[in-house]
Design a protein around this ligand. Structure first.
Ligand SMILES: Cc1ncc(COP(=O)(O)O)c(C=O)c1O
Length: 382
């Protein structure tokens, strides 16, 4: 195993939560009990605790699972005009007090991100984005020859919005991920409002994309939706995902909200996939079960406090996160930590340049998973 600072990450120790003998993972008695508990809950993926993808550690709520079971019938043989898709669109529109023409569904918000770059950027109209942030928009731009203006996060691991504004004149699209992935940091409504107005004042033809994939995990005192801006400005739109707090990553559902012309340009530029009947009933049930999403937010907060507390006790800082992942400051390259954790069957996040030499993203799983993971972190970092 390669490590970057000798003695900083201990090698796979047998006296630890989980160790390696001849390449096979073994577990100490206490970790074994926790592991068995987690496995009973079906939360292990091929024996590896998956903390690398920002998926859900808990899965959808009981009402959603019941709705999926109830609708798993011969009816799935009919689905080219799937039931519940119009109802889902209507339900989103009515919740936000907008028209259904202000809502565009897609089989995952990834398609919307890709479509937006294709719709609004070209070789003369760059993409403005952050580094690191969710990389699909940047990836699409690079694939299609669109120039990218990438503004590094500031020292607090927050989007450097003034710098993003400064380079947005003439841009096709400005991508603002709030809360930001991977840092988990947020900007409040006043700052977002000021930023959007500043971009559009200098560059009225630029589009602004507010990605609110993680907003259900946010503290409402610190982050709020930018929906009002989409109603005031045709060029501003929001995307959201059912893959995070709604725990439906495997069902593939996301949506955009904005002016019908803006949504139509996104849809016209790239395929949006189809939302399936089971996906739609699952998303609809989840969307209307606000009580469960509130529970999910609180449970994620409990798991986050436990994990951040343990890392702080070990002497590592974590920027305040409003998501289901944290971005720990290891003061060393993420790679050594990742390899050491993987040797103990805990998968943490990939590199996030230009912060890969100091920070690592850890997605938050269930409490049972994090209890095992934290014992591995203690071993690796302690
Ligand atoms: C900020 C952000 N936006 C969008 C997505 C795409 O999610 P999906 O395509 O599952 O809706 C992700 C996925 O991790 C994300 O982190």
């Amino acid at each position: 195993m390669k490590t970057t600072r000798r003695g900083f990450f201990k090698t796979a120790g047998i006296s630890t939560a989980a160790g390696l003998i001849g390449g096979t993972a073994i577990l100490t008695p206490s970790a074994f009990a926790q592991t068995r508990h987690a496995m009973k809950m079906g939360e292990f993926d091929r024996g590896i605790i998956q903390l690398s993808q920002n998926e859900s550690g808990r899965g959808p709520g009981p009402r959603v699972l019941e709705a999926i079971r109830e609708h798993t019938s011969k009816r799935v043989g009919r689905g080219y005009a799937p039931d519940y898709v119009p109802e889902l669109q209507e339900s989103i529109a009515s919740h936000f007090n907008i028209n259904s023409s202000n809502v565009l569904l897609a089989s995952g918000s990834t398609w919307l991100l890709q479509g937006a770059v294709r719709a609004f950027c070209n070789t003369d109209k760059p993409l403005v984005t952050a580094g690191p942030t969710f990389s699909t928009s940047e990836g699409t731009a690079r694939q299609t020859g669109v120039p990218v203006n990438l503004i590094p996060l500031n020292a607090d691991a927050k989007l450097n919005l003034p710098e993003m504004v400064a380079v947005s004149k003439g841009a096709g699209l400005v991508y603002i991920c709030n809360p930001n992935n991977p840092s988990g940091t947020v900007h409040g409504p006043d700052v977002i409002d000021k930023t959007v107005r500043a971009i559009l004042k200098d560059s009225p033809n630029t589009h602004v994309h507010l990605d609110e994939a993680y907003i259900d995990y946010g503290d409402p005192a610190k982050i709020q939706t930018g929906l009002a801006l989409t109603q005031e400005f045709k060029n501003v739109f929001i995307t959201r995902s059912f893959s995070k707090a709604h725990a439906l990553a495997g069902m593939r559902i996301g949506y955009a909200m904005g002016h019908p012309e803006t949504l139509s340009a996104i849809r016209g530029a790239w395929g949006m996939g189809d939302v399936s009947m089971l996906g739609a009933i699952a998303a609809l049930t989840s969307f209307e079960d606000r009580e469960h999403i509130e529970w999910e937010r609180e449970e994620n907060n409990r798991v986050k406090a436990f994990t951040v507390g343990a890392l702080n006790d070990l002497g590592y800082e974590v920027p305040e996160s409003h998501t289901n992942h944290i971005f720990v400051d290891l003061r060393a390259p993420a790679r050594g930590f990742r390899e050491a954790c993987m040797n103990q069957k805990v998968a943490v996040g990939r590199d996030f340049p230009p912060w890969e030499n100091s920070h690592c993203r850890i997605s938050l799983g269930s409490m049972e998973e994090m209890e095992v993971a934290v014992s591995v972190f203690r071993d690796v970092l302690g």
